[in-house]
Design a protein around this ligand. Structure first.
Ligand SMILES: [Ca+2]
Length: 147
């Protein structure tokens, strides 16, 4: 499954490189990546379902050791640690996703949070927390003011 996930990510990055054009393919900055992903996915859940949902499903396949279609807290902590999310932030993330209280994150909920993260426009959506606390990352208008 790990190789399959790598193939999916490789395909997504090849799609990104094609979308950027030949001059930009050698180097993709964070800003280029964010702008491309935003243009491709923001407000377009059908694009997520075609391209990113299979990746989200594979992530659940890899993490869900006991194959009950739910990520328990230790499964989900492995996911967060793969994104280098510190322990205290992981607790905050799980609180926003309600994992801490129910102890389980169903497969469909993980996919729904992923879809919200990539496609949603509701700043209060729990899905915005799936990959950590983005409120503390200086990007966009705030970083432009800081530089
Ligand atoms: Ca499980």
């Amino acid at each position: 499954m790990g190789a399959k996930l790598m193939d999916r990510y490789r395909g997504a990055f090849e799609s990104l490189a094609r979308g950027l054009g030949p001059a930009e393919q050698a180097r993709v900055t964070v800003e280029m990546f964010v702008n491309f992903m935003g243009a491709a996915l923001a407000g377009r859940p059908e694009v997520f379902d075609r391209g990113m949902r299979p990746i989200a499903e594979l992530i659940v396949d890899i993490l869900d050791i006991d194959r009950d279609n739910h990520l328990d807290e230790s499964d989900f902590r492995r996911f967060l640690s793969a994104y280098s999310i510190p322990e205290l932030e992981a607790i905050l993330v799980m609180r926003h996703l309600e994992v801490e209280f129910r102890g389980l994150l169903p497969r469909e909920k993980f996919v729904e949070y992923s879809r919200d993260f990539y496609c949603g426009d509701d700043p209060s959506s729990p899905g915005n927390w799936l990959f950590g606390n983005f409120n503390q990352i200086p990007y966009g208008a705030d970083s432009a003011e800081a530089s």
